[in-house]
Each structure stands twice: as structure tokens, then as C-alpha cells.
Design a protein around this ligand. Structure first.
Ligand SMILES: Nc1nc2c(c(=O)[nH]1)N[C@H]1C(S)=C(S)[C@@H](COP(=O)(O)O)O[C@H]1N2
Ligand SMILES: [Mo]
Length: 356
């Protein structure tokens, strides 16, 4: 991963940004993100998959290797899971110097209603060997990254794979998965950053040594330089976003509202622990006041809504911010800690606004 001195966005970054779109922030109004508005991130190409010949293989260090057709998976007991998913690189383009990769601002997030078969009982039926340590999930997409040709693959510890509530999803928001979100099957790991939610899933391999594939050993590590081993990116840090209030100016997208009470609203999530507090600042993080938080206890893994009434009594220019705190006590920072890959930037969102 290279790092840009503070120059403009390159054609390569623009090419990535035009393929991998963010969620429009006004879509925070929906508790479940409409499919076309969910963010999208695909490292290589979206594969064309023939669902009649496709199989999910569960192999490796297991007593009983298993193979499923799509119909066989659909015939198993189904679960439905509302889960917020955020790309680990969300906020990358706001770091200085800018790590060169998909140049996300703040919108690489969405909440899907995923339906599918639970992973844990499938693993239990295969009976992992006593020496098994991890489970590797492989997609059908291929590419070259960091000069390594690979399929997109990520691993989880056997413990996490059986206890995290993972779902092998074949539906999103009540319809079969669309091609770009992983048709015919994807892994959904509630609470983890997006990279672990492997799309176009075709093989699950139980292994007896820690997996050292590119997306685990090289990608998605928090480190300051290439020679550092760093630590792996795992669960989503607390974050909140607001629906941009009022109306935008076309080019700058600066917000414009009329004087008086302004209803602010947004969503907050953390993959580590439930959100316990959201605060709003109308003076660029100088002072903070509590927002009303509306978590949905039935959907722990989906973002929680929040609202705040701002009495915008005086005309002028303001910077609105929001910040979330989860039950571990972790709060979003005002300034993002930098790392080479530009991961886990959960710094508070800043929304410039003119009151007229
Ligand atoms: N097979 C495969 N799975 C993948 C990816 C990929 O490129 N290939 N991208 C990952 C990353 S980095 C993210 S953030 C999420 C994005 O999921 P979405 O495009 O459905 O929003 O998928 C993950 N799963
Ligand atoms: Mo991602």
C-alpha cells in the first residue's frame, strides 16, 4: 500500500471509486438500507455464477466433508439477521497523508437484512478435528494484489466461526443476493468490518495452522510501515453518522438551513459492544450535548437511530459533529490515528452548514 503526499485524487483512485460506491448519507433515514444504496466494495471483478452447478464445499480438517447445492442450503432452517456492515477503509481519504486504495470518505456502510443458514450447525455436522484452529472462507473471485495472484479469502478462528452468529446468506432484503453483493452465497459475520464477509462463497476449509493468505497476513493489518507485522483488523469500532440536514449546495455539498429548530437524525453502531451514548456538537467538537438514542433491542447488530433538536437561533456558519460511545467506554476520536492501510478511521463526522 503506497501513501500519497497531499496531491489530488489520481485516475487509479477515481477508477476504484467509480466501481465501489458509498452509501448516500441521506440513506441513513432507512433502518434497512435499500439494496441499491448499500455501499459496495469488490477487490477484483464480480463473477458470473451459474447457481445450478455452484456448490458450497466444507472441507479440510473435518471428519465429514460436506457439499451443498443452493437448494439444500435453502432447505435448512433459515435465520434473518439485520446487520450493519462497514468497510474497514471507511474514512481512508480523510487521513493525511492519504493511503492509496479505495478513497472512501464516510459512506462505506450499510445495513442489510440478511437471510440464510447458520454456519455453526454446518461446522458441527462436519465435525472439525481436535487440532483445528481456523476456518478459511474462499470466494470465486480472483485477482492480483500486492503482486500475489489469489482468490479472495479470509479466515476466522474456529471459536469465532462457531460463536459469532455467522450466517451463510442467500438473501438480502427479501430477495436473492444481487450479483454485486455475492450471489449466490456470502458469509455475514455480525460486528466485523466488511472484509470478513466473503462474497461469492464457494469453499469453507477447516485448517490446523493459522491461515496466512494475503487478505489476513498482508491486507487488513493496522501498522505504521510495511516491515511491521501490526495487528489484524477485526470488529467495527464505534461510529455515528448524521443525515445531512437541510439542502446541499451542488458543488461543495455544503448544507443550508433556515434559522429556527433543526431536527438532526442519524445512526450509530459498534461491532464491539452496544452503543450507549451519542452526542452532538454544533461548534466543531468544542462542546457536546446528548442525542436521544433509539436502539432496537431485537437487532443488536444493526445500527441504532438517534435524534437531536438543534436550536439554530442565529444565522452564520457552523460545523456539526456527532460521536458515539459503546458499552466498552470507547468514544470516537476528534482526530483519526493514522495507519498505513487507512483502516478503522472512526473519527467524528464534520458537517459544515450555513444557517440563513
Ligand atoms: N469474495 C469477496 N468478498 C468480499 C470482497 C471481495 O472483494 N471479494 N470485499 C470485501 C470487503 S473489503 C468489503 S468492505 C465487503 C463489502 O461488501 P458489499 O460490497 O456487499 O457491501 O465485502 C467483502 N467481501
Ligand atoms: Mo472493505
Amino acid at each position: 500500500m503506497s501513501v500519497a503526499p497531499e496531491t489530488g485524487i489520481s485516475v487509479e483512485e477515481l477508477r476504484l471509486a467509480a466501481r465501489n460506491h458509498a452509501m448516500l448519507l441521506e440513506a441513513l433515514r432507512w433502518p434497512i438500507t435499500p439494496v441499491g444504496l448499500h455501499y459496495l466494495l469488490t477487490h477484483y471483478d464480480v463473477p458470473l455464477v451459474d447457481p445450478t452447478s455452484w456448490r458450497l464445499e466444507l472441507v479440510g480438517a473435518v471428519e465429514r466433508p460436506l457439499s451443498f447445492t443452493l437448494d439444500e442450503l435453502r432447505a435448512r432452517p433459515a435465520v434473518e439477521l439485520a446487520a450493519t456492515m462497514e468497510c474497514a477503509g471507511n474514512g481512508r481519504a480523510l487521513l493525511e497523508p492519504r493511503p492509496i486504495s479505495q478513497p472512501w470518505l464516510t459512506g462505506a456502510v450499510g445495513t442489510g437484512l440478511w437471510r440464510g443458514a447458520e454456519l455453526a450447525p454446518l461446522l458441527a455436522e462436519a465435525v472439525p478435528a481436535g487440532s483445528a484452529v481456523e476456518v478459511v472462507f474462499a470466494g470465486l473471485d480472483r485477482g492480483v494484489e500486492g503482486e500475489v495472484e489469489q482468490r479472495y479469502e479470509r479466515s476466522l478462528s474456529l471459536d469465532e466461526a462457531t460463536s459469532a452468529g455467522c450466517v451463510l446468506a442467500y438473501e438480502l432484503n427479501g430477495a436473492p443476493l444481487p450479483p454485486q453483493h455475492g450471489f449466490p452465497l456470502r458469509l455475514v459475520v455480525p460486528g466485523w468490518y466488511g472484509m470478513t464477509n466473503v462474497k461469492w462463497l464457494s469453499q469453507i476449509t477447516v485448517v490446523e495452522e493459522p491461515f496466512d493468505g494475503y487478505q489476513v497476513a498482508n491486507g487488513y493489518r493496522v501498522r505504521q510501515s510495511e516491515d511491521e507485522e501490526g495487528r489484524p483488523v477485526t470488529r467495527m469500532r464505534p461510529r455515528s453518522l448524521m443525515v445531512p440536514p437541510g439542502m446541499p449546495e451542488f458543488m461543495t455539498r455544503e448544507r443550508i438551513v433556515d434559522r429556527g429548530e433543526v431536527e438532526l437524525e442519524g445512526r450509530a453502531w459498534s461491532g464491539r459492544a452496544p452503543i450507549v451514548r451519542v452526542e452532538v456538537s454544533v461548534d466543531d467538537g468544542g462542546t457536546w450535548a446528548d442525542a436521544a438514542l433509539e436502539p432496537d433491542p431485537d437487532h443488536r447488530w444493526a445500527w441504532a437511530g438517534w435524534t437531536f433538536t438543534w436550536d439554530a437561533a442565529a444565522a452564520g456558519s457552523f460545523t456539526l459533529c456527532c460521536r458515539a460511545t459503546d458499552e466498552t467506554g470507547e468514544t470516537q476520536p476528534l482526530e483519526p490515528p493514522w495507519n498505513l492501510g487507512g483502516y478503522e478511521n472512526n473519527a467524528v463526522q464534520r458537517v459544515p452548514i450555513i444557517v440563513r
